[in-house]
Design a binder for this molecule. Structure first.
Ligand SMILES: C[S@@+](CC[C@H](N)C(=O)[O-])C[C@H]1O[C@@H](n2cnc3c(N)ncnc32)[C@H](O)[C@@H]1O
Length: 239
């Protein structure tokens, strides 16, 4: 057992992809961290790590949390339980630990599974990040919502009946986690006569970004994709 004062547990939003969309605070804290943890897919590189790569110290101890990026198998609680214990060991030894989170940590972020396990035992600070919601509406160059419009954010894997009811009750809609659900979501929005008001964005803010009217979207969507719909009557849509 160490006599050191415990370190601080940082949940750091690194933004939606473009490293220039990382906050100054995120950059400063990551650059100062000797212990850096991040979610990583079962194959390929960690998106959060790639975004923050330039800020990570060469001598940093890295803790990849290998979790599949497929919506159906998320969250992988055993992985977070194991990572939480590793991180707790560093914190107890007096080291600060930076956990990198794509977008914003508390907006559908897996960071919350670590937060739930560690925030009562250690000092914790959450650094907000630019979320994919903001990045996708910027990529579409279309306001997300206006005045008293209701914005509804819906995970695409929800059943059609839920999606239909929630879309019916909103003026502006963001459908997250589109991925393999794209064909079903397109059919649903077509049947609701909303395709003309819907935009499709994948990998917002990255060089590989794709922005299309939903009608022109590809047949297959990656995990990092979103559909934005505007059903309201704000005059910004009618120049
Ligand atoms: C688990 S959520 C994480 C959201 C993240 N914490 C945030 O603040 O944006 C993952 C979903 O966010 C959306 N997403 C994240 N980054 C994106 C990007 N660069 N472009 C498009 N969609 C993105 C996709 O819908 C994806 O399925």
């Amino acid at each position: 057992m160490s006599d050191a004062r415990p370190g601080t547990f940082y949940g750091i939003g690194v933004g939606p992809g473009d490293p220039e969309l990382m906050t100054l605070k995120a950059h400063r804290l990551i650059s100062a961290s000797r212990i850096v943890a991040y979610p990583a897919p079962d194959s390929g590189e960690s998106f959060a790590r790639a975004i923050a790569a330039d800020a990570i110290r060469p001598d940093a101890v890295e803790i990849p949390m290998i979790v599949p990026m497929r919506v159906e198998r998320f969250p992988a609680q055993d992985v977070y339980a194991g990572a939480a214990e590793t991180i707790a060991g560093h914190l107890a030894a007096g080291e600060d630990v930076a956990v990198l989170c794509e977008g914003d940590p508390f907006f559908y972020g897996s960071f919350m599974y670590l937060f739930a396990r560690l925030s009562e035992r250690f000092a914790c600070e959450v650094v907000p990040g630019v979320s994919s919601l903001a990045a996708c509406s910027a990529a579409l160059t279309r306001p997300l919502t206006a005045r008293n419009d209701v914005l509804t954010v819906i995970p695409g894997p929800l059943p059609d009946d839920d999606l239909r009811a929630r879309i019916n009750g909103a003026e502006a809609v963001a459908i997250m986690k589109v991925g393999r659900h794209l064909p079903r979501l397109r059919a649903l929005l077509d049947a609701m006569d909303l395709t003309a008001q819907a935009g499709y964005v994948e990998r917002a803010s990255l060089r590989e970004q794709v922005v299309l009217p939903l009608a022109d979207a590809p047949d297959a969507a990656p995990y990092f994709s979103m559909i934005l719909i505007y059903k309201g009557n704000d005059p910004w849509l009618t120049p």
